[in-house]
Design a protein around this ligand. Structure first.
Ligand SMILES: NC(=O)c1ccc[n+]([C@@H]2O[C@H](COP(=O)([O-])OP(=O)(O)OC[C@H]3O[C@@H](n4cnc5c(N)ncnc54)[C@H](O)[C@@H]3O)[C@@H](O)[C@H]2O)c1
Length: 282
């Protein structure tokens, strides 16, 4: 028995990275999946893999920044599979990067449209269908950039912080309808959004990410898919309005010194163990 048996899910950004891994996992857990993306070839490849994993899936070409296309995406789920239980608003881009003074208004608006307006639209048009079936689960991909600042990522940080707090406000409004609304804040996850333009590609990013957080390996799309499955399934029945951090410990805190059981990071030397008393005592 699958954890999503009988459920119908829409996954945006399903052609690549986290959305692709989540589509395949959901299909294997019994969901019928609408893979929504701008990228037709990638989306159709995901559909093939969903079917190979024993599930049902269709591709719907969608620009998540356009209201008419989000409406069509929801309508496709109803037409193909008759109901909607889960929407995963996951599609994303890097958006406008670099010094704030160099960002054009046009690039700023485009970033917010793909990263934040899309989530508003995904919630707005999913809710009426979920009410009809007595509830549902809406999950969105935010980022640790929605809870921390990152240099040179102003538009992205602002949009992802918006996703985190829209998750909270919407969860309050739709709790009475038994529609749960949560988001995921990934840390560094080795997907094309990160490795596409990097010298050394996927392997170089894998190596870099290994040393970027306390857990000594890179984050992978399957790490996010596992959290998305928890939030989509009835296992998280009493969870709403939350931003679930999946970052290998990146945002937990900083290591202050060497020794002292802190993982041996660089910095001031601490005694390996024992008690540190008042500083005037030797
Ligand atoms: N990779 C990371 O380290 C990381 C960290 C935090 C958050 N995120 C977020 O995770 C989500 C998934 O990204 P990913 O890492 O899997 O990257 P990815 O590039 O592999 O996947 C993103 C997908 O979104 C699609 N997409 C982009 N713009 C679209 C649009 N307007 N309409 C429809 N589809 C569109 C792309 O075609 C692609 O298939 C994004 O929201 C991203 O911001 C990524």
């Amino acid at each position: 028995m699958g954890r999503l048996d009988g459920k119908v899910a829409i996954i945006t950004g399903g052609a690549s990275g986290m959305g692709r891994a989540t589509s395949i996992l959901f299909a294997g857990e019994g969901a019928a999946v609408v893979v929504a993306d701008l990228n037709k070839d990638g989306g159709e490849a995901t559909v093939r893999d969903c079917k190979e994993n024993g599930g049902r899936a269709v591709f719907q070409k969608t620009d998540v920044s356009m209201e008419a296309e989000i409406k069509a995406m929801v309508a496709r789920a109803i037409k193909e599979f008759g109901r909607l239980d889960v929407t995963y608003n996951n599609a994303g881009i890097g958006g406008a990067v670099g010094p704030l003074e160099n960002i054009s208004v046009e690039d700023w608006d485009k970033s917010q449209a793909v990263l934040l307006k899309s989530v508003f639209l995904g919630i707005k048009h999913s809710v009426p269908e979920m009410r009809k079936v007595g509830g549902g689960s809406i999950v969105s991909t935010a980022s640790i950039a929605g809870i921390r600042g990152f240099a040179g990522l102003h538009a992205y940080c602002a949009a992802k912080a918006g996703v985190v707090n829209l998750t909270r406000s919407a969860s309050l409004e739709f709790a009475k309808d038994k529609i749960r609304i949560n988001c995921i804040c990934p840390g560094g996850i080795n997907t094309p959004i990160l490795h596409r333009n990097q010298p050394g590609g996927r392997e170089a990013v894998e190596e870099f990410l290994k040393n970027s957080q306390p857990l000594p390996r890179a984050g992978h799309p399957e790490d996010i898919a596992a959290m998305a499955l928890f939030l989509a399934s009835d296992d998280s029945m009493f969870v709403t309005g939350q931003a679930m951090i999946v970052d290998g410990g990146m945002t937990v805190g900083a290591s202050f010194g060497r020794g002292g059981g802190d993982g041996g990071a660089t910095g001031i030397a601490l005694p390996p163990a024992g008690f540190v008393g008042p500083s005037f005592e030797k």
